[in-house]
Write a protein that binds this ligand. Structure first.
Ligand code: NAI
Ligand SMILES: O=C(O)[C@H](O)CS(=O)(=O)O
Length: 487
C-alpha cells in the first residue's frame, strides 16, 4: 500500500463492536487491473455476524438517545475526515475495484455527500400533530429510529453504496452491520477507520468481511435475526429477491436497489451533441458497470446514422488501462465472469445481424480489459435487449415512432432509470410520464445525487435512497393519543 499517504487507512481486519477483529480463515482481495493480491481479510460467517448484530444492538439505545445535534456533529466530522482523506480512499478504491482514479475521487466525494446531507437531515426528522377526535385528548405522530440495520453492498460503488445506507440510518438514530462485497472490503474498512476517528461510539458501525462463499451465511443471519429491524441492499435482483424472502420471517423493512435495464432514447428532434455526450456519460461511466447505465440505446430513424457516427468517433478517444494511470478513462471489468458476459452479449448480437462499429473484442492489454464497443443494427432478438450487460458496450436499436420507442423501453421487468433526449416540450412530458421507471433523465445522462430519491420500481427494487425519503426508510411512525386532559 505504498500509494497511501496515511498507511493506517489500510485495514485488513473486520470492524466489530469498535474492535479490529482478525480471523484464522481469510480470503484474498485482488487488483482487477494487475491481478496483484492487495490484502487478505477475514472470511467471517454467521457466528461473527451474530456478534456484530449484538454489538449494534447494545449500542442502539445510547446512540438513539443522543440529541439530533449530537449525531449531526459526529456525522459532520465523519464527512470532513472522508474528504480530508479523499485521495487515499480513492486509491484504495481504484486498487481493489479498478475504476479510473478520477472516477474514484468523484465517488468518494459522492459518498461523502450522503454523510454531509444526512448530518443535516438528522435535525429534520419531523413528526406531526393531527386535530384530535376528542376534546380531552391530543393526537401526536412521531418518527422513531427503527433499530439495528443490516446493509449488504456491491463492488461497483464500494464507498457510496455504504454511506447511502448507513448515513441516513445513523442520522435517524439507528446502528448498522454492513457486509461489503468480497471484491471491495478495503474501501469499507477505511471508512470505518475514519468513523472511529470521527467519534462514533463502539458498535454503531460494524463491518463484517466475508468471501463470496460466506455471503449467504452472513445474509441469512442479517435477514433472520430478530434484533435486525431493516435491511438495505444494493445488488442484483436475484439476490435482492432472496434477501426479501429471508426477511419475511421477521417482517423486516427492506430497501432494495436492484438491477436495471436502462433505455436511452434519442429522438429526431434531440440536440445531437447533448445526446452523444449524455450517452457517453451514462453508458461508459465505471466501464458500464453501474445499474443506471444506458443498457439499450434506442435511436429514431432520422438521426440514427448521425448519432451512430458521432458516438463511435467519441468512443475511439477512450484510453483503456490501469485506473491508476493518468488519462485512463476505461478501467478493467471487475473479474473474468464480467468479461465473459460482455463477450457473450457481443457475440450474440453479431450472430444475429448486429454490426460492430467500434471495439468488439477483449483489449490487447489482456486480463479484465475490454474494448469500448458500439454495435449498430441491434434488434430485440438479441441478449442485450433483456440482460444487463454491465460492461462498456453501446447497442444501438432503431425505431420510427414515439409510441414504438416507449413500448420498447417499457418492455422489461426492470424499472430503475430511463433517459431520453428531445427538444419538443409536449413529447418530453408525454414520454417522461409514459416511461415505467423510478427515475427519468430528460436531456440528462447522469441523474444520481444525495438530494434526490434514487430507486426503482417493478423488479428494480423497493424504497428510495438519498433525499429526505432516504432517512424515512430507517424510521417508524408512532401515533400517540394523549388523553386525560379534561381530568
Ligand atoms: N440498483 C442499484 O443501485 C445497483 C444494482 N446493482 C446490480 O447488482 C449486480 C452487480 O452487482 P453484484 O455485486 O454482482 O451483485 P450481487 O447481487 O451478486 O452482490 C451484491 C452484494 O450481495 C452479496 N451477496 C451475494 N449473494 C448473496 C447471498 N446469497 N446472501 C447475501 N448476500 C449476498 C455480495 O457479496 C455483495 O456484497 C447487477 O445486476 C447490478 O445491476 C449493482 C449496483 C447498484
Ligand atoms: O450502484 C450503482 O450503479 C449506483 O447506484 C449508481 S449511482 O448512484 O452511482 O448513479
Amino acid at each position: 500500500m505504498d500509494f497511501l499517504n496515511d498507511k493506517s487507512l489500510f485495514k485488513d481486519k473486520s470492524y466489530i463492536g469498535g474492535e479490529w477483529v482478525g480471523g484464522a480463515k481469510t480470503f484474498e482481495v485482488k487488483n482487477p487491473a494487475t491481478g496483484e493480491v492487495l490484502a487478505s481479510v477475514p472470511d467471517f460467517g454467521a457466528e461473527e455476524t451474530r456478534g456484530a448484530i449484538e454489538a449494534a444492538n447494545a449500542a442502539f439505545k445510547g446512540w438513539a438517545a443522543l440529541t439530533a445535534r449530537e449525531r449531526y456533529l459526529i456525522l459532520r466530522r465523519w464527512f470532513e475526515l472522508i474528504m480530508e482523506n479523499q485521495d487515499d480512499i480513492a486509491r484504495l478504491m481504484t486498487a481493489e475495484m479498478g475504476k479510473p482514479l478520477t472516477e474514484s475521487r468523484g465517488e468518494v466525494a459522492y459518498a461523502a455527500s450522503f454523510v454531509e446531507f444526512y448530518a443535516e437531515e438528522a435535525k429534520r426528522v419531523y413528526g406531526e400533530t393531527i386535530p384530535s377526535p376528542k376534546a380531552d385528548a391530543r393526537v401526536v405522530v412521531i418518527r422513531q429510529p427503527i433499530g439495528v440495520v443490516g446493509a449488504i453492498t456491491p463492488w461497483n460503488f464500494p464507498a457510496a453504496m455504504i454511506t447511502r445506507k448507513v448515513a441516513p440510518a445513523f442520522a435517524a438514530g439507528c446502528t448498522a452491520v454492513c457486509k461489503p462485497a468480497e471484491d471491495t472490503p478495503l474501501t469499507a474498512l477505511a471508512l470505518a477507520e475514519l468513523a472511529e476517528r470521527a467519534g462514533f461510539p463502539k458498535g454503531v458501525l460494524n463491518i463484517v468481511t466475508g468471501s463470496a462463499a460466506s455471503a449467504p451465511a452472513i445474509g441469512e443471519e442479517l435477514t433472520t435475526s430478530p434484533l435486525v429491524r431493516a435491511i438495505g441492499f444494493t445488488g442484483s435482483t436475484e439476490v435482492g429477491k432472496l434477501l426479501m424472502r429471508q426477511s419475511a420471517s421477521t417482517v423486516k423493512k427492506v430497501a432494495l436497489e436492484l438491477g436495471g435495464n436502462a433505455p436511452f432514447i434519442v429522438f429526431d428532434d434531440a440536440d445531437l451533441d447533448a445526446a452523444v455526450a449524455g450517452a457517453m456519460a451514462s453508458k461508459f461511466r465505471n466501464a458500464g458497470q453501474t445499474c443506471v447505465c444506458a443498457n439499450r440505446i434506442l435511436v429514431q430513424d432520422g438521426i440514427y446514422d448521425a448519432f451512430a457516427e458521432r458516438l463511435a468517433s467519441e468512443v475511439l478517444k477512450f484510453k483503456v488501462g490501469d485506473g491508476m494511470e493518468v488519462g485512463v478513462n476505461i478501467g478493467p471489468l471487475i473479474n473474468e465472469q464480467a468479461i465473459e458476459k460482455v463477450e457473450r452479449h457481443v457475440a450474440d448480437a453479431v450472430a444475429n445481424g448486429g454490426e460492430v462499429v467500434v471495439g468488439g473484442h477483449r483489449h490487447e492489454l489482456g486480463g479484465n480489459f475490454y474494448e469500448p464497443t458500439v454495435i449498430r443494427n441491434v434488434t430485440t432478438r438479441m441478449l442485450v435487449t433483456n440482460e444487463e450487460t454491465f460492461g462498456p458496450v453501446a447497442p444501438l436499436f432503431r425505431f420510427k415512432e414515439e409510441d414504438e420507442a416507449v413500448a420498447m423501453a417499457n418492455d422489461t421487468p426492470f424499472g430503475l432509470a430511463a433517459y431520453f433526449f428531445s427538444r419538443d416540450i409536449g413529447r418530453c412530458w408525454r414520454v417522461a410520464e409514459g416511461l415505467e421507471y423510478g427515475m427519468v433523465g430528460v436531456n440528462e445522462g447522469i441523474l444520481s445525487g444525495e438530494t434526490v430519491p434514487f430507486g426503482g420500481i417493478k423488479e428494480s427494487g423497493l424504497g428510495r435512497e438519498g433525499s429526505h425519503h432516504g432517512i424515512e426508510e430507517f424510521t417508524e411512525l408512532k401515533y400517540m393519543l394523549m388523553g386525560g386532559l379534561g381530568r
